[in-house]
Write a protein that binds this ligand. Structure first.
Ligand code: TXE
Length: 480
């Protein structure tokens, strides 16, 4: 059985403990590879390597650093099919989605930051007749990057690319549930000639490896994407150590649909924004709010299209909904369907585990569920489910939609559907979410700030924000 290895100081190595954990293929419910059960000793070695390589990497001429990163992106493009297949097997997501979203974006992330670093500039401020200030922005040092299982290589590269481009060296930990593409990526880094120690990948459990990264005194900057509960724990450890923190956490995103929307476009995109990646994207819209005059028509057509989604073998190109990430996560999602029933919800379709015949008969598949009849303040409408489950609620007035939309502890993203431009801007302005899409969803320009308000996180990724995050500003004031 394939053994995944850590990538430390330029080499693929076994964990200090010599112990390994099982890695499952969720579509088959079967162990298919083994992953290092690393501990704080591996993190210490990786941090030492990253510290040693920092001076060389951060002072390397920019064009050389960019060239190495672009070479890695080229190798991702070369291995596009292999990486897409690996991502689909490791996560249970449809291979078609791994191609169109995950792997193409992983390559784009690296290209974007490799070239952005060439244009990154710092400011100068003139105080007429008195002084001139100039600000430098230098790489902080060793960055800790911890990523989740839902978009494995996509989010892994979204963190390490700006860190490396800014001149930091990195100790990274992919999710223990989806280590495979990060392992393949480490092989590409070696092939591309990334200097040893610049990127180190330590595999293993969150409370061992992740926690050791957060606690390490020589890692002053942490970028994390994952659950809000984990984010809170990380902040509790890192804040008293005065570490710089970027936390991208959960969401309970509203999808606000006004009666004057372009119905076909709204419907087609809302199906995607609800169920893409089995609903396991922090940006999925899980609460659909529909203006009452459109409500019945919307619900009827939405349920019809949801029922038409093909749930099945992720390796079949026709599949739209694959397997959930794990048995535990599937049970969590199913428990929310039960909760919704207890809270008075009506399950209009889906919400049950389904058996796929053949190779996937033991996989973790759940039919996409549409629920109506719930109050805005019930737990089903307040807590992140992170699965193929949406609720639909009617609203009468614009103000009511805004109140519903803002009424959760989260504030990551929101979607607005209307042909009324004034209303679109007005509503967007009042929503307490970091990312608003009007008449679209997940349309991403990598230059824009990305992140959430309230319990959806702290800080912003994307564009200059990420390059600023991984650098330390120093202002120099000269008297004229
Ligand atoms: O994520 P965790 P889980 C949400 C979603 C999901 C819930 C829990 O609602 O149901 O979170 O998922 C590492 N110190 N999202 O438990 O644990 C862990 O190893 C440092 C939303 O699987 O947050 C992994 O690499 N690191 C989300 C990463 O944190 C720790 C995507 C994320 O795992 C750690 C995923 C610790 N103490 C889940 N404990 C999104 N925002 O997209 C764990 N980790």
């Amino acid at each position: 059985m394939l053994k995944i290895l850590n990538y430390i100081d330029g080499e693929l190595v076994s964990p200090a403990s010599t112990l390994y954990l099982d890695n499952s293929n969720p579509a088959e419910g079967k162990v298919y590879s083994r992953i290092p059960d690393s501990n704080e000793q591996d993190v210490a070695r990786a941090t030492e390597a990253a510290k040693t390589s920092f001076t060389g990497w951060s002072s390397m001429p920019l064009d050389k650093r960019t060239a190495i990163l672009l070479k890695i992106a080229d190798l991702i493009d070369r291995d596009f099919e292999k990486l897409s297949l690996a991502e689909s097997i490791d996560t249970g997501k449809p291979v078609a989605l791994a191609k169109s979203m995950d792997i193409s974006r992983a390559s784009a992330n690296i290209k974007f930051y490799a070239t952005a670093a060439m244009h990154f500039a710092s400011e100068s401020h003139l105080m007429e007749g008195e002084s001139i200030n100039y600000t430098t922005r230098s790489a902080i040092g060793v960055a800790g990057c911890i990523s989740p299982w839902n978009l494995p290589l996509y989010l892994f590269t979204w963190k390490i690319a700006p860190a490396l481009a800014a001149g930091c060296t990195v100790v990274a930990k992919p999710s223990e549930l989806t280590p495979m593409t990060a392992f393949l990526f480490s092989q590409l880094c070696i092939e591309a000639g990334l200097p040893k120690g610049v990127l180190n990948i330590v595999h293993g459990l969150g409370d061992k490896v992740g926690q050791a990264i957060i606690e390490h005194p020589d890692i002053p900057v942490i970028s994390f994407t994952g659950g809000t509960i984990t984010g809170r724990k990380i902040a509790a450890t890192a804040a008293p150590m005065f570490k710089k923190l970027s936390l991208e956490l959960g969401g309970k995103n509203p999808n606000i649909i006004f009666a004057d929307c372009d119905f076909e476009q709204t419907m087609e995109t809302s199906i995607r924004s609800s169920f893409s990646n089995q609903g396991e994207i922090c940006l999925c819209g899980s609460r659909i709010l529909v203006e009452r005059s459109l409500y019945d028509r919307f619900v009827q057509e939405f349920v019809r299209r949801t029922q038409a989604l093909i749930v099945g073998d992720p390796l079949d190109e026709k599949t739209k909904i694959g397997a959930l990430i794990s048995e535990a996560h599937m049970n969590k999602v199913l428990s929310y369907i039960e909760l919704a029933k207890q809270e008075g919800g009506k399950i209009l379709c889906g919400g049950k585990q389904i058996k796929i015949s053949g190779r996937c008969e033991n996989g973790y598949f759940v039919e996409p569920a549409v629920i109506t009849g719930l109050n805005q303040n019930c737990r089903t409408n307040q807590e992140e489910i992170f699965g193929p489950v949406v609720t639909i609620m009617p609203f009468d007035k614009e103000e009511e939609a805004i109140t519903f939309a803002n009424d959760t502890a989260y504030g990551l993203s929101a979607t607005i559907w209307t042909e009324n431009l004034k209303r679109a801007h007005r509503v967007a302005h009042q929503l307490k979410s970091g990312i608003i899409w009007i008449n679209c969803w997940l349309l991403r320009d990598l230059r824009t700030p990305f992140g959430g308000m309230k319990q959806s996180g702290v800080g912003r990724e994307g564009g200059w924000e990420a390059l600023r995050f991984f650098t330390e500003a120093k202002n120099v004031c000269i008297r004229l």
